[in-house]
Design a protein around this ligand. Structure first.
Ligand SMILES: NC(=O)c1ccc[n+]([C@@H]2O[C@H](COP(=O)([O-])OP(=O)(O)OC[C@H]3O[C@@H](n4cnc5c(N)ncnc54)[C@H](O)[C@@H]3O)[C@@H](O)[C@H]2O)c1
Length: 258
């Protein structure tokens, strides 16, 4: 077991990649704390990850609220004694033609994807520092390096995650904390389903045709399963990756080579 007894907080663990990460971490012996805006979904993930084991925790959390983030991390430390691993999967993606983008929708994306992601990292690092051990894994996207005119706030907010993660890696290396980022390719389920629907609406394209054409352009001709991406999280959180920090790993099936 690669994460035996590691106290692991998975933010955005109610669905998609976060849920797959929670399941994979539990399989590797971790105690999982699942935090999500949607408490019912977080509870469902916990029940799937640790069925009948009576440990772990599900928390309601909005990462756009830094005080709530701090309180959630404190609750974890109070109940479990420490925090070893943070995986932040929470994010949103809004579709907006750039000429119509409003300050409110800009701020909504940035308050979760960039500002929220940072304050989750910061609260976790503060909890990890006394133990001189921590693994922080943030989630980016190929879009952080591409031109994505219809969801530019998403790409830009994730570029902020790339940058903040690199700075945090250097700042917290002396404290025994590693910070790495995974950029998954287009995954099955999760936010891409909603994104495809919104793109079809804004462009007037037929949804099935849009999905087929967006999948055909992927080098491997398929979307990636969240459970595949979760294995990269396991490795980065494990002792095997103790000397790896400040990296951004593509898990994209070669998408960025095109
Ligand atoms: N789906 C993809 O193809 C894809 C590709 C590249 C990167 N990503 C990234 O992977 C991560 C997971 O994506 P997914 O498809 O599993 O998403 P998802 O929408 O299925 O899950 C995201 C989870 O985050 C939660 N969440 C949203 N806002 C929150 C907030 N303010 N506070 C706390 N929780 C909140 C949601 O309730 C949901 O359970 C995201 O960071 C996303 O940007 C996804």
């Amino acid at each position: 077991m690669k994460l035996s007894k590691r106290i692991t907080l998975i933010v955005g663990g109610g669905n998609g990649l976060g849920r797959a990460v929670a399941l994979a971490c539990a399989q590797q012996g971790a105690t999982v704390i699942v935090a999500d805006l949607n408490l019912a979904a977080a509870k469902e993930t916990l029940a799937l990850a640790a069925p009948g084991k009576g440990h772990g925790l599900a928390l309601a959390l909005d990462i756009a609220q830094p005080a709530a983030v701090k309180a959630a991390v404190q609750a974890v430390v109070e109940q479990f004694g420490r925090l070893d691993i943070l995986v932040n999967c929470a994010a949103i993606c809004l579709v907006d033609p750039l000429h119509e983008l409003t300050p409110e929708r800009f701020d909504r994306v940035f308050s979760i994807n960039a500002r929220g992601a940072f304050f989750v990292m910061q609260a976790a690092a503060q909890a990890m520092m006394p133990n001189k051990f921590g693994r922080i894994i943030t989630i980016s996207t190929p879009a952080s390096k591409l031109s994505v005119p219809l969801f530019a706030t998403y790409g830009a907010s994730k570029a902020a995650v790339d940058s903040l993660s690199k700075s945090a890696a250097l700042a917290w290396a002396p404290h025994g904390i590693t910070v790495n980022t995974i950029a998954p390719g287009r995954m099955t389920g999760g936010m891409v389903d909603a994104l495809d629907r919104d793109l079809a609406k804004v462009t007037g394209q037929n949804l099935d045709e849009l999905i087929a054409s967006r999948t055909k352009t992927l080098p491997m001709g398929r979307r990636v399963e969240p459970s595949e991406v979760a294995q990269a999280v396991i490795w980065l959180a494990s002792d095997e990756a103790a000397y790896v920090t400040g990296e951004r790993f593509n898990f994209t099936g070669g998408q960025e080579l095109q």
